[in-house]
Design a protein around this ligand. Structure first.
Ligand code: NAD
Length: 324
């Protein structure tokens, strides 16, 4: 069995390669070649915790991600959401690899947005925006840079002013890219060609009036009916909505459930998956003027396929520690 740390994973898997892995994950899922049972949640009231088990089989990638939420952990100097990915040998069922599930989540989620930008963003995008500068943001920033290499400026916004200043200072000027901290979501989005939102917000983080024609938006944060990042007018008024998985988003995300409940999406097609676009079964962007939206809530298929690619590369490169 192989054990891989975050550093091991970073050594063997680039964002470019992760985007490729996610493209194949979406194709497998949308062509019915993946088995992704509903995630199982186990409450641990004695310790104010919850463990979440996310199994998936896609192609020969078989695994389960275990993510826990223990809000009291910081008191003991431990992370709130420890996570581990367990890969199994599809032929024997034996555990073949353990890897850092926190970094896997950051990488596969950002690479999913990267795949969406590659498929849906208008060509020649120069201005990007990133809203929400927490745990996911470093990988999301990298996905913007890798998937849209024409970007010259990325505006960054978080409700925490120190976070946005530090995030921009660390990245401004690297590879000639201007990284600008701004004071509101609207300031970030105005004039932007590609936008990623990755916050824990329960209300829209920018207004529809700020969105320019031709913009592509990745909405990553909202994964419960109460959470919301997008203005309902955008969801109603954009030209194309593409989901990572229709099952997940249409059951879980307030970004779609709230406008649906308000009757704003009647007659609008909202069940197209990125996999269908990549397979050529659904139409993507058809003009540079269109506003396109990718909404993600995440899926075990993204973990299993990305983790399998990381494991294979680590084996080839002799990276990681062998156990047993
Ligand atoms: N789609 C997926 O597959 C996927 C995967 C991982 C995480 N997520 C979700 O993405 C979100 C972000 O994850 P994280 O790990 O970075 O969380 P985090 O708590 O580390 O960071 C969230 C950041 O959002 C900022 N924020 C909150 N409200 C805001 C607002 N209105 N405007 C601007 N910034 C705001 C916070 O200040 C914080 O810096 C969470 O909701 C998480 O569940 C989705």
């Amino acid at each position: 069995m192989l054990y891989l740390t975050r550093e091991d994973m970073q050594r063997v898997m680039s964002m470019e390669e992760a985007i490729g892995a996610l493209e194949s994950a979406f194709r497998l899922y949308s062509s019915g070649q993946a088995v992704v049972p509903l995630r199982t949640m186990v409450d641990v009231p004695k310790h104010n915790g919850q463990a979440i088990f996310m199994p998936a089989l896609a192609g020969d990638a078989l695994g389960i991600k275990i993510v826990s939420t223990y809000p009291d952990n910081p008191k003991a100097g431990k992370p709130v959401t420890p996570a581990c990915m367990v890969m199994l040998d599809e032929k024997t069922g034996e555990v073949s690899c353990l890897m850092d599930g926190t970094y896997l989540t950051q990488l596969r989620t950002a690479a999913g947005a990267g795949a969406a930008m590659r498929a849906l963003a208008a060509k020649g995008a120069v201005v990007g925006a990133l809203i929400g500068l927490g745990g996911q943001s470093a990988c999301q920033f990298e996905a913007l840079c890798v998937a849209v290499p024409t970007l010259r400026e990325i505006r960054v916004f978080d409700i925490d002013p120190q976070r946005r200043a530090a995030f921009a200072a660390e990245r401004d000027g690297v590879n000639g890219l201007r990284v600008l901290p701004v004071a509101s979501g609207d300031e970030a989005v105005e004039g932007a060609d590609v936008v990623t939102t990755v916050t824990t917000s329960r209300k829209p983080v920018f207004s529809f009036a700020s969105v320019k024609k031709g913009c592509h938006i990745n909405a990553i944060g909202s994964y419960t009916p109460e959470m919301q990042e997008l203005p309902p007018e955008l969801v109603a008024g954009c030209d194309l909505i593409v989901l990572d998985t229709a099952d997940g988003v249409l059951h879980e995300s307030g970004d779609l459930l709230k406008p649906l409940a308000q009757g704003l999406l009647e007659g609008k097609k909202i069940d197209t998956e990125l996999g269908h676009v990549l397979l050529g079964e659904a139409v993507g962007r058809t003009s540079p003027e269109q506003i396109t939206l990718y909404k993600s809530t995440g899926s075990g298929v993204m973990d299993a396929v990305c983790a399998s690619a990381i494991m294979q590369r680590a084996r080839q490169a002799g990276v990681g520690v062998r156990i047993g």
